[in-house]
Design a protein around this ligand. Structure first.
Ligand SMILES: O=C(O)CCC(=O)C(=O)O
Length: 337
């Protein structure tokens, strides 16, 4: 492994097999040409299949960066990086008193006894520690303001090329010693299959609220993987989210597909001090290891979806997931129901 970037204290990216990386994957292996590629009128992103698909992945249909540098805060170079890698890390996005306030909010939400046992408060697979808290932009006025903040919305609008709304928000707490990992997945795969998100017009903004370092389970991403869609094996049972939010087993790419993509592109883990912002495309493959260090690794995520891409009937699940996982535009969600 090698450290890629120069500013090691604020922003390090550990790169796996960096030399093996190619910049763009835009087509599957030519020898795996196939009968079962979706025909016109069929779902272009078939997944949760009963039988293995006979190609490892399909081309992405939609563009990645849909706006221009003139349209928002991200520069040409930043948009190019996002286009190529499927993610962009901005150190020091938030600092000082604003960061302190957000960290206090994080702790206060975690301490809320009335959230314990609720469906939007997910505990670790074997333990009572809070793993994820969903709908946080509704649970917290402070986080609601942050989700609507033009610094984030402007970036999302620029990347998506249209007006965004918050499809999902969450804090992943990943407590020291206890926080378990997240299996490799594309968020879009789940949102398409289980929430009915039609197309790849969504982006996640994750603000690092505790230092993310190499030992507390930082997010790992496969750069370039956002350009292909990996269909996943296994039909979605009713209520799958109750299992998958603790430990995802369905909607996980095959080891063969993952190995081929990692062989081509490597793995990167952007790390940095609290206050950094990671923007990542809805379809980039990512995951993270367990936190074996004493230090919590807590990040807040806001998922912005383009308004004209609002969710419809799920593409591969018996019914839609509860709204704390998939908000509609202009929805007013509350824990009281
Ligand atoms: O927080 C992490 O380490 C993984 C986040 C993630 O992949 C998710 O919540 O879907």
């Amino acid at each position: 492994m090698s450290v890629k970037t120069s500013d090691r204290t604020l922003h390090e990216t550990v790169s796996h097999q960096a030399v093996a990386r190619q910049t763009v994957v835009d087509s599957p292996d030519p020898q795996s040409r196939v009968r079962s590629a979706p025909r016109p009128g069929e779902d272009p992103y078939p997944t949760r299949l009963a039988e293995p698909f006979d190609m490892p992945w399909l081309n992405r249909r939609e563009g990645v960066v849909k706006g221009r540098a003139e349209d928002g805060p991200l520069s040409h170079a930043q948009l190019d990086e996002f286009e190529r890698q499927g993610f962009l890390f901005e150190p020091n996005f938030i600092a000082g008193e604003e960061l302190d306030e957000l960290r206090r909010e994080l702790a206060e939400l975690l301490a809320r006894g009335d959230f314990r046992g609720r469906d939007f408060a997910i505990t670790e697979p074997s333990g009572n520690e809070v793993r994820s808290l969903f709908a946080v932009h509704f649970l917290s006025e402070r986080l609601g303001r942050l989700a609507r903040d033009e610094r984030l919305v402007g970036r999302a609008r620029q990347l998506l090329g249209g007006e965004p709304y918050v499809h999902q928000s969450r804090i992943n707490y990943k407590p020291g010693f206890e926080g378990k990992g997240f299996n490799w997945h594309s968020d879009f795969e789940t949102w398409h299959a289980e929430d009915g998100m039609p197309a790849m017009h969504a982006v996640s903004a994750s603000i690092v609220l505790t230092d993310n370092h190499h030992f507390n389970g930082p997010l790992m991403l496969v750069p370039g993987s956002h350009k292909v869609f990996v269909p996943c094996l296994g039909e979605t049972p009713d209520g799958n989210h109750r299992q998958s939010l603790k430990q995802q087993e369905l909607g996980v790419p095959s080891r063969e597909a993952l190995s081929a993509l990692v062989e081509r592109h490597g793995i990167e883990a952007p790390t940095g001090a609290a206050g950094g912002l990671l923007l990542f495309d809805c379809n980039v493959l990512h995951g993270s290891n367990a936190n074996m260090s004493p230090d919590p690794r807590s990040n807040v995520f806001f998922v912005y979806n383009r308004r004209d891409n609002r969710c419809v009937t799920p593409f591969a699940a018996p019914r839609r997931r509860p709204s704390f996982l998939a908000h509609a535009p202009d929805e007013r969600w509350s824990p009281e129901g």
